[in-house]
Design a protein around this ligand. Structure first.
Ligand SMILES: [Zn+2]
Length: 436
């Protein structure tokens, strides 16, 4: 069982002298250590004490400086554990249950029909199954949106989790504050079980107004107020589908008709694009707090807006869910050149077939062959750590960082990052928070 732990943001000072010895509990040796901070280290090793990394270097150097037992992983590459920046484990049990639909709106109808048959017990089982699967595929930290924050207290995640309470108030927008405050209570109660690293100035949990079409302006506003007070994280789905663009910009299309049909006020439709509405919210938007999923459908005016905007949010792209829905091509090059921090996520198994970030990296590589494998690997390590404000604690192998490590087989013949992306099996060796 993983327990909550104290900050790992400050590690020992390795610059103090090379003959310094540490009382570490374990030395992990591998053919290559991919630190994501400087070049990979051949015949490398990592010393771990408790739940944190205390030393890295060549095996000989680490062995000379540390006293622990050695775990030799042999012909394997030791990597930082992977970080999934966008997921809904609630729907792990819906794998293969919803065939690709003619439209995004039809998919919403289909998932709503499936959800109506699920009980709280089903959801708890589904979330637990999701945690196990994510861990099996080398994920050690997950940004997980749940529509049932009241169930969090019943769940013991096997990996570090940033819980986001997903908020929808479409049927009762007058109760926006109530909806947000009730969710916060549930996430708050669950906090002792959170295993995300507490970092200075930030709480390791968040709120997720579902989308502009399902969460009211008041929900977005209340969440931002709380984010500013308590430094929590925020995430939402934005500009995901063509029909969302049609709904907001043109006041037409199947999503518009569907939302109108269930009683949503459509006053905000007919002028702005989804991004225009989000970024241009009255009173401004606390952009650096936001982790924005998707951003698939952007107009030229949207790009102008992004170019003019000084503060940047984080972006999560979900390659296989994107393919499932057949969205417009993801504007990776343009968003990257504008300075956005781009991460990968799996989204839920209601639009994907597994929780493997290796599979996401491979599909991304197929869609964007010009992007280097190393940069793609950053999108499941360094970049999402930054989005979750864990850049000094997770996503790299560095002294002082959390001991979240995985190993995959490697050989000398090809580029190590190519080999990482090609890995297509359960991960046989995983350490989360110092526990194997
Ligand atoms: Zn999602």
């Amino acid at each position: 069982m993983i327990t909550a732990h104290s900050a790992v943001a400050t590690g020992p000072d390795l610059t103090a002298g090379s003959d310094r010895r540490y009382s570490s509990e374990m030395i992990i040796r591998a053919r290559i250590v991919v630190t994501m901070h400087g070049a990979p280290i051949e015949n490398g090793a990592v010393a771990v004490s408790g739940n944190r990394i205390v030393d890295i270097g060549t095996f000989d150097d680490v062995k000379a400086r540390n006293a622990g037992n050695t775990v030799d992983l042999g012909e394997q590459a030791l990597l930082p554990g992977l970080i999934n920046a966008h997921c809904h484990l609630d729907y792990t049990c819906l794998r293969g249950k919803i065939a690709p639909q003619k439209s995004f709106t039809d998919w919403i109808r289909a998932i709503n029909a499936k959800k109506s048959g699920l009980s709280p017990k089903d959801y708890v089982a589904s979330i637990n199954e999701g945690f196990e699967e994510a861990k099996k595929f080398g994920t050690t930290t997950i940004a997980n949106l749940t529509a049932f924050p009241e169930l969090i207290a019943q769940i013991q995640p096997a990996i570090r989790t940033c819980w986001f309470a997903e908020l929808i108030d479409i049927r009762a927008p007058e109760r926006a504050n109530e909806v947000v405050d009730a969710a916060i209570k549930s996430v708050g109660r669950a906090r002792p079980k959170l295993v995300l690293t507490e970092v200075e100035g930030g709480a390791p949990w968040g709120l997720a107004p579902h989308a502009l079409f399902t969460a009211s302006k008041d929900v977005f506003h209340r969440c931002e107020e709380i984010a500013k007070q308590q430094q929590i994280l925020l995430t939402t789905h934005l500009a995901e589908a063509r029909e969302e663009m049609e709904m907001f910009r043109d006041a037409s299309g199947s999503l518009y008709e569907f939302m109108k049909g269930i009683g949503r006020s459509m006053d905000d439709c007919g002028n702005e694009t989804p991004l225009g509405l989000f970024v241009g919210a009255p009173g401004g938007r606390a952009l650096p707090h936001w982790i924005v999923a998707h951003l698939n459908e952007l107009s030229e005016t949207d790009f102008e807006l992004l170019e003019r905007s000084n503060s940047k949010f984080h972006v999560v792209h979900c390659p296989r869910s994107h393919n499932y829905f057949g969205h417009s091509p993801f504007a990776f090059d343009r968003l990257r050149s504008l300075g956005f921090n781009i991460c990968l996520g799996t989204d839920s198994l209601a639009s994907n077939e597994s929780l493997s970030l290796f599979a996401e990296m491979r599909v991304f590589q197929k869609n964007f062959p010009q992007v280097s494998p190393e940069e793609i690997f950053r999108m499941v390590t360094v970049n999402p750590a930054r989005a979750l404000r864990q850049e000094n604690a997770l996503g790299q192998i560095q002294p002082g960082f959390g001991a979240d490590l995985i190993a995959v087989p490697c050989s000398t013949s090809t580029d190590i990052f190519e080999q990482i992306l090609a890995f297509d099996a359960p991960v046989s060796w995983t350490m989360v928070n110092g526990n194997m």
